[in-house]
Design a protein around this ligand. Structure first.
Ligand SMILES: Cc1ncc(COP(=O)(O)O)c(C=O)c1O
Length: 357
């Protein structure tokens, strides 16, 4: 059995979204706030690159973006392509920021709400005010704003990470900055069709109970000429608009799966959960846990068809001991809304076995 790594779309939904519908203009993320606007891109990392380039344009020389050392290196590729200068700050073992003495503007500070959990926004806001920095909330793992997430002027989201979508990243920005948004390149040709074909194939294999995790996954081509900022496809926007009505159900299922996984972790040898509580409004992106050797643990799970993963590719400049330890020990387990009871059971058995091995 292969447990799907991402939510799978229903055929009816894919067809219903074919006639493009008017987007909600980001209403679920803005919640009626007329002082801010939403701009859609293909990916959250493109939204981040745009935020940084607009803020840098408005500032004096020496502007830079402060990024936590525990960060997926790949997510910085568009910002690097736009030539955004980066600095890295350490994080603590609980992933909250460990602000350095030399934290200073001009620049912006990226605060990551890892795996959908609120992360020290009040402390980060105070540190930014002291240092003369603009706070950007990285809510790429967050479905929609909740207590402690998403009240800043600048934030990014990545609905494509939590929903069955071919693409979709979101930038929340002050209304007065909208006129400065750079033009985005069109979406990659055939992106939505390739995504739909891949997901429908996975759905068919799942129904037929044919595993598909044995093959080697093809890494996305790292093409240096790829544009940094692509627009979100009209089809993805249409799917997203259609998905909005089901956000409550997505959160409910993810929370239920999170609790189920949490109930097994005490039986997995040497596994430590990152979070002991799931705050009321949180829609978790994944179940994070720490083990002594994440590479071995993830390898064992993946060999059993369970798509656990980790962040092995920290940015090369990010050398802090805590970030390195987190990268070596953190494992992320899927809790997404498409998981079936038998797939959860496969995860439970595979986890217990990986802990024993
Ligand atoms: C914390 C964080 N921020 C931003 C991103 C970028 O989102 P996207 O994959 O939509 O570009 C990622 C993706 O890996 C991420 O993990």
């Amino acid at each position: 059995m292969t447990v799907p790594a991402a939510p799978l779309p229903a055929i009816a939904g894919l067809i219903r979204a074919l006639p493009a519908v008017k987007s909600s203009e980001g209403e679920p993320w803005l919640r009626g706030d007329r002082g801010r606007r939403a701009a859609f891109y293909g990916r959250g990392s493109a939204a981040l690159a745009v935020a940084a380039s607009v803020l840098r344009e408005n500032a004096a020389g020496g502007w830079k973006l402060w990024v936590p050392e525990y960060f997926c290196g790949d997510a910085l590729a568009p910002a690097r392509r736009l030539g955004i200068p980066l600095s890295f700050y350490p994080v603590k073992e609980d992933l909250s920021p460990d602000f350095p003495e030399d934290l200073a503007g001009p620049g912006a500070l990226l605060l990551v709400h890892y795996f959908g959990f609120p992360n020290a926004a009040a402390a980060a806001g105070a540190a930014c005010r002291r240092a003369g920095l603009t706070l950007i909330e990285d809510a790429a793992h967050v479905l929609i704003p909740c207590d402690g997430i998403g009240s800043s002027d600048w934030a990014i989201y990545s609905p494509r990470k939590l929903l069955a979508l071919p693409s979709g990243g979101l930038l929340i920005l002050p209304e007065k900055a909208v006129s400065q948004l750079p033009a985005a390149e069109p979406p990659e040709a055939g992106e939505s069709a390739r995504w739909a074909l891949r997901r429908l194939t996975q759905s068919a294999l799942r129904v037929a109970r044919i595993p598909w995790h044995g093959g080697r996954s093809v890494p996305a081509a790292a093409d240096g000429s790829d544009p940094a900022v692509r627009a979100c496809s009209v089809y993805a926007l249409s799917l997203l608009k259609q998905a909005e009505i089901g956000f409550g159900e997505v959160a409910r299922r993810r929370r239920e799966n999170f609790y189920r996984v949490a109930s097994w972790i005490g039986h997995v040898r040497d596994a430590r959960p990152l979070h002991h509580d799931l705050p009321d409004a949180v829609c978790p992106y994944a179940y994070p846990l720490r083990v002594p050797d994440a590479e071995r643990f993830v390898g064992a799970l993946r060999a059993s068809g369970v798509p656990a993963y980790r962040w092995p590719d920290l940015p090369p400049e990010a050398g802090g001991p805590v970030a390195r330890r987190l990268a070596a020990e953190m494992v992320l387990l899927p809790v997404h809304q498409s998981l079936l009871p038998r797939e959860l059971e496969r995860m439970r058995v595979a986890l217990l076995e990986a802990g024993r091995a």
